[in-house]
Design a protein around this ligand. Structure first.
Ligand code: HEC
Ligand code: HEC
Length: 336
């Protein structure tokens, strides 16, 4: 059975009514899926159990949901999670909302797919600290899991690194944004958001140039930019995408994050250094935190000379991107 992410009839029919220029702001109904890991309900259900199961960590106290919790905007609401692997500074835990639509994962985009991403945190000593070989042996002793893996991935060799990653990725692909007031507006309900928010949306697309980077339904161009959060030379620490490949254009550049449900995932930026949307908007519209002397600052980062009222309007627009939490039954019992 092919699994379809359930969408209200409202969205499907309204899609047809949205005008051409507004369509790009609406989430495509189907989330991209690799040929060898199409969504099925068995895979999603198994992935969900794994995602919430703290037995995947060596202390049995951390699950993926510890740092990406559905109750906390799929993040941990901490400025930074404990440091990741050597060479990368401590980073803010990003939301996994709509991660299935992203071409690159992590702030520095070091992996492409959710499958590639999933195994990293399990082994990372500062996250779940669980060698994969040990984990596979451990899961193999849990009959309930053996059965579920065989049902979800028949004839793929039972519980392996590959099927483990595939299952977790399948669940993540179902973590998608719901219909926010802004979407109703984009579908033609002009009263769905306030006049102030409409003015904010116009500034977002126009004078403030936010759309140069925060574009399309997920409010991200999927690209990497140095927005001048740090002063000048970065002391070899937070070099962002430059850590994956030493290209001048990537010095201090980080992925443009989604702005969907952004109200739920403070604090902001890769270093969690900003608490409010007002401050984030102000930094992003005034040429970065540091105006001068920042090596490789994006040429899109200019002082747009916004008044406080204009910043307030943009923030009021950003708040309309908050949708209701998706329907989700968090597992309370795990396979034995
Ligand atoms: C200790 C906290 C912690 C745990 C546990 C954890 N993560 Fe993360 N996760 C992070 C941080 C921090 C980042 C950002 C790291 C970076 O960009 O270098 C991240 C990044 C991600 C991303 C990339 C999102 C994006 O937009 O780029 C995904 C997807 C993800 N984690 C999924 C998972 C899954 C699945 C698990 C469980 C197997 C997991 N995480 C466990 C902290 C955690
Ligand atoms: C040059 C591209 C670019 C432009 C223009 C831009 N942003 Fe950003 N924005 C980014 C990047 C990249 C980040 C993450 C940077 C980091 O953490 O190092 C970001 C982060 C943010 C965040 C924090 C989100 C989070 O989850 O951490 C908010 C909010 C935000 N931008 C809003 C805006 C607004 C509002 C505007 C217009 C005033 C704007 N941005 C203009 C690229 C841009």
């Amino acid at each position: 059975m092919i699994f379809k992410i359930s969408l209200s009839a409202l969205l499907i029919s309204s899609f047809l009514f949205a005008t051409q220029d507004m369509k790009k702001w609406l989430r495509p109904l189907e989330v991209p899926q690799p040929m060898d890991n199409k969504l099925t309900s068995e895979r999603v259900e198994l992935g969900k159990l794994l995602y919430f199961d703290a037995r995947l960590s060596s202390s049995e106290q951390f699950s993926c949901a510890t740092c990406h919790s559905p109750k906390r905007g799929w993040t941990d609401l901490e400025p930074v999670s404990k440091a990741l692997g050597a060479g990368r500074g401590p980073r803010n835990s990003p939301t996994i909302l709509n991660a299935g639509y992203q071409n690159r994962q992590f702030w520095d985009g070091r992996v492409k797919t959710l499958e590639e991403q999933a195994l990293g945190p399990i082994e990372a000593d500062v996250e779940m600290n669980m060698p994969l070989d040990e984990l596979i042996a451990k899961l193999d002793k849990i009959d309930g899991y053996v059965k579920l893996f065989n049902q979800a991935y028949p004839s793929e060799g039972g519980i392996t690194k590959i099927t483990l990653a595939k299952a977790i990725a399948s669940f993540e692909r179902t973590v998608v944004s719901t219909i926010a007031p802004f979407d109703k507006y984009a579908m033609g309900d002009k009263k769905a958001i306030s006049k102030k928010a409409v003015a904010g949306f116009d500034l977002f697309k126009g004078k403030a140039h936010c759309m140069d980077c925060h574009d399309n339904f997920n409010f991200s161009n999927g690209s990497f930019h140095n927005i001048g959060l740090n002063d000048g030379e970065l002391q070899g620490k937070e070099l962002g995408r430059y850590l994956t490949k030493q290209r001048a254009a990537w010095y201090g550049a980080f992925k443009t994050p989604t702005l969907r449900d952004v109200t739920k995932s403070a604090p902001y930026f890769h270093d969690g250094s900003v608490k409010t949307l007002e401050e984030a908007t102000s930094i992003c519209s005034s040429g970065g935190r540091y105006a001068n002397g920042v090596k490789n600052k994006s040429t899109f980062m200019l002082d747009r000379k916004l008044s406080q009222t204009e910043i307030d309007k943009i923030v009021s627009f950003l708040k309309t991107l908050e949708g209701p939490d998706m329907k989700l039954e968090v597992p309370s019992k795990f396979p034995q």
